[in-house]
Design a protein around this ligand. Structure first.
Ligand code: HEC
Length: 490
């Protein structure tokens, strides 16, 4: 191979150490580093350019804290909540790291918005940067997917009902909507299959795509070069350039440091909450998504019903396409925002509407006293749950709406049908796990013999009568089946 391929840059300011020369001959790492650090920035370093690096830093932070969470997390509807509760209440610094991860998602949304606004206002998508813009749009889409899939994973009330709403919207897509919804949920209902699908998306598929497209994005950015300030020509930069190192690098690092500090402070002083485990049969729960999804949620309330297809799917789809197409129709060399009123005003209008919808949603919730009271109850339930000590998994923590465990014994199966058909579940819970009206029936076989249990059902104690328990009207065979079922509850 020709020796020149390995040649070090001629204007090398400092001679390399023996090891660096050795490494560089084999990998080219030094030349690569030089290339990265010497990137010319037309017009010089600026604070306005820090957002890209900030996002990169936040992404790395999400990966690191995410790996930590994955050490404990189990993606199944009967363990997910317990494991997140364990992380939050038992693992040392667990709540802190979980909060960093959750607030990190919010921080990414904010910095992403700033990055996008800067790009639009500076017209930095102009010149040979259409693919750079498109890869950015795809990254935005992936990040929204990460936020959506991550929200369900704790499997508390909030997570469950917000994701139920989210996956319901998908069923509005014409023709394939219900198939899409099934694909995402894994079945018609949300359960363990949904959780493992969201988990696989959140932990494997979307991060894989994110890494690939972040690399593509950075590659395309380097290829086109920084666009510089808005009076710079997008094709042939004329302003005197400054190297990326040291000024811009220092600015980027200061920005990342400030982000670390802000995240750590919020995570420490306002740790994220975990609510009680999801109860899918709870019809009183009022779902609310994360704040940045709230305007969309409000929008669906406004256009809901007859217009949900047009307003919920078609219009957002068109807007997204229009957004992605900006560099294809705004093609002139002019980059100064006041000379591009259409794009700048369109973007400003969109942001104003989005913020307005969000504000409207808060206003609606606050002005409806029933809703406000229910939302307050939900918040208090979360606060109360966080104060309780960690409870390891008990049989009674299983979600009540889950079907009764399949049983091979026909007598027990028959008893289960009788139990389900009677009003028993209303007071004792659908699986005998107990409610605030009546005690749990799980483990009853240790308390009473079969005969005693059969006797009790036909001769109620005063406590049972007081509690409103009806007497059973069953023949001997049916009683035997019911007793067999009750004694099978473990
Ligand atoms: C209106 C509410 C209600 C309904 C409906 C109801 N129960 Fe009860 N049940 C109670 C209460 C309250 C008690 C507990 C009384 C006490 O404190 O000892 C009880 C106690 C029992 C016990 C004794 C539990 C123990 O640990 O001592 C059994 C067994 C039982 N119920 C079975 C049934 C079955 C089977 C059905 C359906 C046919 C049923 N219950 C329907 C309220 C109800």
């Amino acid at each position: 191979m020709p020796e020149t391929r390995y040649a070090l840059p001629k204007d090398n300011p400092r001679p390399l150490s023996g090891f660096m020369t050795w490494l560089d001959r084999r990998t080219g790492v030094y030349s690569l580093l030089r290339e990265a650090l010497d990137e010319p920035i037309p017009g010089g370093a600026r604070w306005a350019y820090i957002f890209g690096s900030g996002l990169l830093y936040l992404f790395v932070s999400q990966v690191v804290t995410g790996i930590f969470l994955a050490l404990y997390y189990v993606p199944s509807s009967d363990h997910a909540h317990t494991t997140v509760s364990y992380i939050s209440k038992v693992v040392s610094s667990g709540l802190f790291l979980r909060s960093i991860h959750a607030y990190g998602a919010t921080a990414i949304v904010i910095v992403l918005f700033l990055h996008m606004s800067q790009t639009i206002l500076y017209g930095s998508y102009k010149g040979p940067r259409e693919l750079l813009w498109l890869s950015g749009c795809f990254l935005l889409f992936l990040m929204l997917g990460m936020a959506f899939t991550g929200y369900l994973l704790p499997w508390d009330q909030k997570a469950y009902f917000a994701s139920a709403v989210g996956t319901n919207i998908i069923s509005e897509v014409p023709l394939i909507g219900s198939s899409l919804q099934r694909l995402l949920r894994g079945s018609s209902q949300m359960g363990t299959l949904t959780l493992s699908r969201f988990y696989v998306l959140h932990v494997f598929m979307l991060p894989g795509l994110l890494i690939a497209f972040t690399a593509t994005h950075i590659f395309l950015f380097r290829k086109a070069g920084p666009a510089g300030p808005s009076n710079e020509d997008p094709f042939h930069p004329k302003l005197p350039a400054q190297k990326f190192y040291p000024r811009q690098l220092v600015m980027d690092m200061v920005a990342s440091l400030l982000i670390v500090l802000a995240l750590a402070l919020v995570a420490y002083f306002v740790p994220i909450r975990l609510g009680p485990q999801a109860v899918p049969s709870d019809t009183s729960y009022i779902p609310r998504p994360e704040w940045y999804y709230l305007p969309m949620f409000q929008w669906l309330k406004v256009v809901g019903g007859r217009w949900s297809l047009l307003g919920g799917i078609v219009l957002p789809g068109l807007l997204a396409m229009l957004f992605a197409a900006i560099p294809f129709f705004d093609r002139g060399r002019e980059r100064r925002p006041w000379r591009r009123p259409l794009v700048v005003a369109g973007f400003t209008l969109f942001v104003a509407c989005y913020a307005g919808l969000g504000a409207l949603s808060y206003h609606d919730d606050a002005s409806d006293s029933n809703v406000a009271a229910q939302l307050a109850r939900q918040r208090n339930a979360e606060i109360r749950y966080m104060r309780q000590p960690f409870k390891p998994e008990a049989a009674s923590s299983a979600p009540p709406a889950a079907p009764a465990p399949p049983s091979g014994d026909p007598l027990i199966a028959k008893g289960a049908t009788i139990f389900a058909a009677g009003p028993c579940g209303d007071c004792h819970g659908t699986r005998g796990e107990g409610t605030d009206k009546a005690p749990a029936l799980i483990g009853i076989s240790q308390k009473y013999s079969a005969d005693r249990l059969a006797f009790l059902l036909h001769h109620r104690t005063p406590e049972m009568i007081d509690g409103g328990m009806p007497s059973v009207d069953l023949d001997q065979a049916e009683t035997a089946a019911l007793v067999a079922y009750l004694r099978s509850l473990k």
